[in-house]
Design a protein around this ligand. Structure first.
Ligand code: SF4
Length: 531
């Protein structure tokens, strides 16, 4: 056994390596990015396991499925909204007979530190009717990841690990164990189970439903779920999940007694343990990060007389992260007095593009090119350039999900808004912008797509884009965009006037046009120079 100081994300990565991981795939997304970054570094240092960035979460998931089909252990990691992108293979993989262990790690972002929404991945595990593990700390992140591969092979299902921002991005000492070797290639013994023709799929769906009691039986006995009843005090019971346990334990000393406590780290939620707790107490407080997942389950299985305190009762805020102070208040404890801070006024520092960012030069050219139009619409996508929505640029009007800028500009143009301009980054274009561009090509939509190609995935820290700029142009032309209306320009203020002219000409053209504005992100350029 060795002690190491690891981020929650790194604990997951090392847990996978020590479980005999053969290959891992991901698309970067905060707060999950550091999982694959750790594995990429590990592969460079040790030659294995394989760790690869992919075009998007769906392609990452599908590559992992191929490794599992070959009988070897594999992992795919993503942020919560990434699972929406991978939802198709995810849901279907629940009914194939998983061969080599397949672990899906999803990092939820309560509080929306760097995300468009809060969503709770435990619902996805429930939706797919599979097993989910939820670590409460970095040690559990390591242990549960190791265990998840065994479970996946035992139950022949993908196993989902749900972590949250605060765990993913904080460090703690983790006691690690010996690594297991990778498994040999062993093709799936039931390859027909991977052919989801209706006749097979119906049977396998039926089998998955029939195994639900087995999953529940496993969960009731899992060491990740533990119940402790206080025989002397029956007024309050507490249910914690994931890192909610840490905040609860932090406040316990001041409560003056130990309420009966059920901690849930493994799902399906252990119904029998829940019944034993609620049968023992008059009130239950549920402390869980994300949606009221356990709280709603409770309302379905306990008598209406039991008082349930949680997000739906207003005792815990319905959104954002849990904190020790929120948990104090929900336990009825007085707010802790903090240190008096001197009276200082901090300047308001909204997020902004780096000085010299190529996107800033593109925004200048776009604004000049759009001057004089009465009702222009400029849709944006997800990346550093989303900051173009803020002053001083105020250059874009939407940001919904990966790839949506292209489809939304098409819709706005179809609806009669002119000119319609879509902005998207290179990595995001390859992730989800290619398919809506095909729709626009098919319809020769009157719109202009500007691909802001900074040659990296900058917002998540500079992971590589799958294709270099030269190949993005070829891809765009290959989709059927007319060569006369496809331009590659340099995103630099020295070229603002020339770029404005090209943009203006294409915006005035009736039909589809694509402009690829290329200049490397100055942050990745600086890192390369330092290396
Ligand atoms: S990281 Fe790169 S792309 Fe993002 S704002 Fe800074 S220079 Fe621009």
């Amino acid at each position: 056994m060795t002690d190491m100081v690891l981020l929650g994300d790194e604990a997951v990565a090392l847990g996978a390596v020590h479980a005999g991981l053969t290959a891992a795939y991901a698309y970067p997304g905060t707060p999950s990015t550091e999982i694959l970054e750790y594995l990429v570094r590990y592969e460079k240092a040790h030659g294995a396991p394989k760790a690869a960035w992919c075009t998007n979460e769906k392609t990452a998931y599908e590559a992992a499925l191929g490794v599992s089909f070959a009988g070897r252990r594999t992992m795919t990691s993503m942020k919560h909204v990434g699972l929406n992108v991978a939802a198709d293979p995810f849901m279907n993989s629940a009914i194939v007979s998983i061969n080599g262990g397949l672990v899906v790690v999803v990092a939820d972002d309560p509080g929306m530190h760097s995300s468009q929404n809060e969503q709770d991945t435990r619902y996805y595990a429930d939706f797919a009717r599979i097993v989910c593990l939820e670590p409460a700390n970095q040690q559990e992140a390591y242990e549960m990841t190791r265990e998840a591969f065994d479970l996946s092979e035992r139950f022949h299902i993908p196993v989902l690990i749900r972590i949250v921002t605060r765990l993913a991005h904080s460090r703690a000492v983790v006691r690690v164990r010996d690594a297991r070797p990778q498994q040999p290639v062993r093709k799936a013994s039931e390859p027909s189970s991977w052919i989801l023709l209706p006749a097979n799929a119906r049977k396998q769906w039926h089998d998955l439903l029939a195994r639900q009691p087995t999953f529940l039986e496993w969960s009731e006995a899992s060491p990740f779920n533990h119940l402790r009843l206080n025989e002397d005090r029956r007024d309050l019971g507490v249910i914690t999940t994931g890192i909610g346990r840490n905040y609860y334990l932090e406040n316990l000393d001041e409560l003056g007694f130990q309420p009966s406590h059920l901690h849930i780290g493994a799902y399906p939620a252990p119904v029998e343990l829940v019944r034993r707790l609620v049968g023992h107490v008059g009130r239950v407080l549920v402390l869980e990060e994300g949606y009221p997942f356990v709280e709603r389950m409770l309302r379905g299985i306990v008598s209406p007389d039991l008082e349930i305190l949680g997000k739906e009762s207003g005792h815990v805020p319905p959104d954002g992260e849990l904190t020790p102070d929120i948990v104090r208040r929900s336990l009825g404890l007085k707010a802790r007095k903090g240190l008096d801070a001197p009276d200082i006024t901090l300047p308001n520092r909204p997020p902004q593009l780096c000085v010299g960012c190529p996107h800033a030069d593109s925004f200048d050219a776009i604004k000049l090119a759009l001057a004089g139009f009465a009702t222009p619409v400029v849709t944006s996508d997800i990346g550093c350039y989303t900051l173009g929505a803020l002053p001083p640029y105020s250059a874009v009007e939407s940001c919904v999900c990966m790839g949506a800028s292209v489809g939304m500009a098409k819709g706005a143009s179809d609806a009669g808004l002119r000119p319609a301009v879509a902005l998207i980054g290179d990595s995001t274009f390859l992730h989800s912008g290619v398919t809506p561009l095909m729709d626009a090509v098919a319809a020769d939509t009157d719109m202009t797509l500007i691909i802001l190609d900074n040659e990296t995935t900058a917002m998540t820290g500079g992971q590589p884009t799958i294709l270099p700029p030269t190949r993005i142009e070829k891809l765009v032309l290959g989709l059927g965009v007319a060569p006369a209306h496809c331009h590659v320009i340099t995103a630099h203020h020295r070229h603002t006037e020339a770029n404005r002219e090209i943009m203006r000409k294409e915006i005035e053209h009736t039909g589809l046009s694509v402009i690829i504005a290329v200049r490397e992100c100055i942050e990745t350029l600086k890192s390369k120079k330092k290396a």
